[in-house]
Design a protein around this ligand. Sequence first.
Ligand code: SF4
Length: 347
Amino acid sequence: MNLRSDDELLHYIVTEDPRETEALFARARAAREKYYGADVYFRGLIEFTNYCKNDCYYCGLRRSNTKIERYRLSLEQILMCAGLGAMLGYRTFVLQGGEDPYFTRERVVEIVGALREKYPECAITLSIGERSRKSYAAFREAGANRYLLRHETANAGHYAKLHPASMSLGNRKRCLFNLKKLGYQVGSGFMVGTPFQTPENLLEDLRFLQSLEPDMVGIGPFIPQSDTPFGEEAQGSMAQSLRMVALSRLLLPAALIPATTALGTIHPQGREKALLAGANVVMPNLSPKATRKLYALYDNKICTGDEAAECLGCMTGRIRRVGFVPNMCRGDVALKRLQSGRLLRME
Ligand code: SF4
């Protein structure tokens, strides 16, 4: 298994042979161990707006979904969520939302600045979609360290089947490379099993990740949301999602890879299985209980009824039960600094 050729990668993308799959997962665990030991890092997720100006065909937050009740958290509410997280021991906050025009550059700068001032030792991650380079620079200046922006599919034809014509893969990629140039730790990723997806598309996703070299890689199965155009489509396969986690780990061994909520939604042990396939991050929810159900990206999303402390306790137990070690530190990407000041992945 050297995973250099497209043919070999395609083989592992589609294989259902249990022995081959287990060997793949064992290799992924070993790669993870080399960079991160048995540690699993925690990110406190704050879903601060479910408004979105976009209309992605797969997403429950899309602007055409009139059935969803919309909400925005105020700066005070966001700071309360972060305060609770800090009290529980979190050292990374992920501010996630739809592409909400209300949150202008100035408003996001204000939020990031307030968090930075209050929690100077914490990592601040933004996940608020496509913005101008100038805005990304302003957020970085205000204190944001990381940015999550999944590319979702690296094939332009496939991208056009999942998104309206107003959105383009070219712009998504431009944003990702801009974020890298601005010094963010960047996360990208994709869904597995979206309508019209082929194994070759997944291969392109892996090759794109190799060219981007992101610090974080988020992979989850496609799960339909009933009030979207793809509401009747079949959900993605857990087995294939886990193989994509393992392949991403092997191609980008130093990456931080979450065991995603979507995996936990399609299988009760989905997140544990992802850890055993090479993932090393979990993102429990710090959002107010009242708004969690409203952040309905897809149907039957888990963890919408628990308090933040319950989520933390639940995840800690799950991690320990599969032999890993919960770690609440910032969990930056494994990098070494060269004398030149350039950052390089550890060999
Ligand atoms: S996937 Fe993101 S950009 Fe697309 S509709 Fe949902 S929240 Fe908006």
